[in-house]
Write a protein that binds this ligand. Structure first.
Ligand code: A3D
Length: 311
């Protein structure tokens, strides 16, 4: 059987790390796509990693291109095409620029690989994945946004750092939109099965929740020139791997909802089963009154940005 084909639209900071992780995990052959002005960078990263493969010993063919035809027949597409934040910017400040980019990306992907499992990372996340679905006309199973895996990774790392325990034993999920009002469900976070609310005093846990919500901005401030890229790449690769290997992983994804959690026709971060069918199922549960209030606030932010796309 031929190796799966993984197309990366955007060969910048996240794109390069996506390529490396996907190739090192031998998930398939990788095509790094960027605009003609950045084709050299896409080709250069691909060649550099191809040479690395002889040392790190992974079997994956990496190529760079600015020709959409080279993405034809891709099994997975991960989109990072767009500008990242600079210090002082909100994700919403990226909307006008990144929507133009997403429109052209989505129109082209619709032509060359309409059946791919498409994971969007470009910000503002929830509005960009909405635009991707509207323009490609793709199914809710195949068009998804990456944010919850990253936001959850941030939350889990802060919990493990706080308690001095292995991150392997922290279970958590962060739901909602990818903004400062995202919804970490502390009630369902456990450390080796012990509820975190019994291990960390409420005021301190609230500080950790706040740091998680502002986790993206913390990195933008440290980097100065752009936003996070290692963890975002790893998060999207985890989703791609679940799809390609039919793992049935339960991952928080920005999924198209049709009534789940009382939300209609909107992308929102929820726990999903990810396998060969893409987003195979949304796992629903009854939120508490306080959680419902947080979901309402996050949904209002997402809906406002989505409305501004005018799609
Ligand atoms: P960067 O390193 O600038 O890479 C973006 C790449 O997109 C550049 O190489 C551009 O040349 C390329 N590009 C621009 N227009 C097009 C186009 N039409 N077609 C193909 N490629 C194009 O940015 P980055 O990799 O650091 O970030 C990419 C995006 O991810 C930004 O919008 C970030 O805000 C977003 N991001 C999202 C998260 C989430 O958790 C959702 C986290 C971090 C960054």
């Amino acid at each position: 059987m031929a190796r799966p084909k993984i197309g990366l639209v955007g060969a910048g900071q996240i794109g390069g790390n996506l390529a490396l992780l996907a190739a090192q995990k031998e998930l398939g052959d990788v095509v790094l796509f960027d605009i003609p002005q950045a084709e050299g960078m896409a080709k250069g990263k691909a060649l550099d990693m191809q040479q690395m493969s002889t040392i790190e010993r992974f079997d994956s063919t990496l190529t760079g291109t600015s020709n959409y035809e080279d993405l034809a027949g891709a099994d997975v597409i991960i989109i990072t095409a767009g500008i990242p934040r600079k210090p002082g910017m909100s994700r919403e400040d990226l909307l006008a620029t990144n929507l133009k980019i997403m429109t052209s990306v989505a129109e082209n992907l619709k032509k060359v690989c309409p059946d791919a499992f498409m994971i969007n990372i470009a910000n503002p996340l929830d509005a960009m994945v909405y635009a991707l679905k509207q323009i490609t006309g793709g199914s809710k199973q195949k068009i998804v946004g990456m944010s919850g895996v990253l936001d959850t990774a941030r939350f889990k790392s802060f919990i493990s750092m706080e308690l001095g325990v292995s991150m392997k034993d922290v279970t958590a999920f962060v739901l909602g939109g990818h903004g400062d009002d995202m919804v970490p469900i502390t009630r369902l976070c456990t450390v080796g099965g012990v509820p975190v609310e019994e291990l960390i005093p409420a005021p301190r846990l609230a500080e950790i929740v706040d740091r998680t919500r502002k986790g993206g901005a913390e990195l933008v401030k440290l980097y100065q020139t752009g936003s996070a890229y290692f963890a975002p790449a790893a998060a999207a690769v985890e989703m791609a791997e679940a799809y390609l290997k039919d793992q049935k992983r339960v991952l928080p994804c920005a999924a198209w909802l049709e009534g789940e959690f009382g939300i209609e026709n909107m992308y929102f971060g929820v726990p999903c089963v990810v396998g060969a069918g893409g987003i195979e199922k949304v796992l629903t549960f009854e939120p508490t009154a306080a959680e419902k209030e947080m979901i309402k606030i996050s949904l209002a932010s997402v809906s406002k940005t989505v409305a501004e796309t005018k799609l």
